[in-house]
Ligand binder design. Structure first.
Ligand code: AMP
Length: 443
């Protein structure tokens, strides 16, 4: 494993470039700012909140050559990639060709996220537990025909990247047909919908586990649980994620061992057996079924909003550990976690996840910053004349860590209630069911 820079590089002199402009990237930048081994942070393109913690640099995150030029021009010691698109487009290969240090998988490895069919075939080949696949449909006619012989409810997945809109879980034949029409005939989700995979619907609770790998060694981050539905009690449409919690005891030690032994280790072994050296973050979207944990999906990056809840629990130097992963010496990187819990509540624009309002003035951020222990990560804001305005569906990720989930929830919601913008909505039950379950267990 070659390192573009010698591992003896003076750790406290690190200059880091972060690619992306959402809440996940703000959480990374915020953590780097608090890290003694980092002296400079840039973000391409960043956002209104990130601008307070890093120097934002204009750039097209889909142009991997331009991003490498930026890293060279700035003299970045390490580049960390947030979103999937540059990874799927081969940013890691471009940086490696130019001997630039980067945290993220190669284009070929990123196919685990870039193609659902690639991921499913990988899982099947290596006998890693996952939902049974009914078939891969290359044409609308194929897909309509396949609907005749599947079990219901059914899961339909557009093969390529579709901005989080490519999956439908349905028990309705009509809804399934209209999904085929929209995705494969009208191409509403673009080229990602040219091929469709059909699979069995699994039941259970979901869990997000993100693992960092250097191509040889891997280190799991603390697990977290996302809340995908727009409204309380898991009502309303699916979103990119309305909030996340992470807590000690989120799963039992036995289940954790099972996840590592039946899913995580076989995945990295399988990648190596296939000749793929996976470097960077690998996100395992899991369903904890009565038959054991199974893989729903892979992402080739950190989750958003999972990262916002995971970062405040880090009790290690993130920059040093990321540099170790880029250099292939993750086995010697000390990774420790603060005991307790954390919560991130997403504040979204009116109308989200449908057509949403933008350009709304955000008030109360200074007041929220006064809540001890709370931090507000910006996902979709822009700064004009010193004032923050909304500019996306998910606007803010209000986050706090605490000694337990109940305490983290109290701090987070105290800060949330101090922030106002027209049409703002958020879920009031992030982490609530687990918090109640933990409370009951303690009684
Ligand atoms: P994916 O992008 O593949 O994770 O799918 C997005 C969401 O769809 C997941 O977080 C699950 O809530 C749901 N999902 C995906 N695959 C399945 C499945 N086989 N059974 C039940 N739900 C699923």
């Amino acid at each position: 494993m070659t390192a573009a820079h010698a591992p003896t590089i003076v750790a406290d002199a690190m200059k880091i470039l972060v690619i992306g402009g959402g809440g996940r990237e703000h959480a990374l930048v915020w953590q780097f700012r608090r890290t003694p081994s980092v002296r400079k942070v840039w973000c391409v393109p960043g956002n209104g909140g990130i601008a307070r913690d890093a120097e934002c640099v204009a750039g097209d995150t889909s142009n991997v050559g331009e991003l490498a030029d930026v890293a060279v021009r700035l003299g970045a010691d390490l580049t960390v990639v947030g979103p999937e698109k540059p990874l799927v487009l081969g940013i890691a290969d471009e940086f490696s060709r130019r001997r630039l240090r980067l945290v993220g998988p190669s284009r070929q490895c990123a196919q685990l996220e870039g193609s659902k069919v690639f991921a499913k075939r990988f899982l099947e080949r290596h006998r890693i537990p996952t939902a049974r696949m009914y078939g891969v449909c290359e044409s609308p006619a194929d897909a309509y025909r396949a609907l005749e012989s599947v079990d219901w409810p059914l899961v339909m997945k557009a093969d390529g990247l579709c901005g989080g809109k490519g999956v439908l879980v349905t028990a309705s034949r009509d809804e399934a047909s209209s999904f085929v029409e929209r995705v494969m005939e009208k191409h509403e989700l673009g080229a990602g919908g040219n091929t469709m995979m059909l699979e069995e619907a699994l039941t259970g609770r979901e869990l997000s586990l993100i693992v960092l790998s250097d191509g040889e060694h891997f280190v799991p981050l603390v697990p977290a649980r996302d809340h995908k539905r727009a409204f309380d009690q898991d009502k309303g449409p699916n979103t990119g994620g309305m909030g996340v919690y992470s807590t000690d005891g989120i799963i039992s030690p036995e289940l954790e061992r099972q996840v590592l032994e039946t899913i995580v280790r076989p995945t990295f072994d399988g990648l190596l057996a296939d000749g793929l050296q996976y470097k960077g973050f690998l996100y395992f979207g899991l369903m904890l079924t009565p038959q054991g944990p199974k893989v729903l999906e892979f992402n080739c990056r950190l989750g958003d909003p999972e990262t916002q809840a995971i970062v405040p629990r880090m009790d290690f130097d993130l920059a040093d550990v990321l540099a170790a992963s880029a250099d292939g010496r993750l086995d010697r990187a000390p990774v420790a976690w603060r005991p307790g819990a954390s919560v991130c509540v997403v504040m979204a624009s009116g109308g989200y996840p449908g057509a949403y309002q933008a350009g709304k003035k955000i008030e109360g951020l200074a007041d929220a910053a006064k809540v001890p222990g709370a931090v507000v990560f910006h996902a979709g804001t822009e700064l004009r004349d010193g004032i923050n305005y909304t500019c996306s569906g998910r606007v803010l990720g209000v986050t706090a860590a605490g000694p337990d989930l109940a305490a983290a929830r109290i701090t987070t919601y105290d800060a949330v209630r101090r922030i106002r913008f027209d049409g703002a909505h958020y879920r009031s039950d992030i982490g609530l069911s687990q918090s109640k379950a933990n409370g009951a267990a303690a009684d």
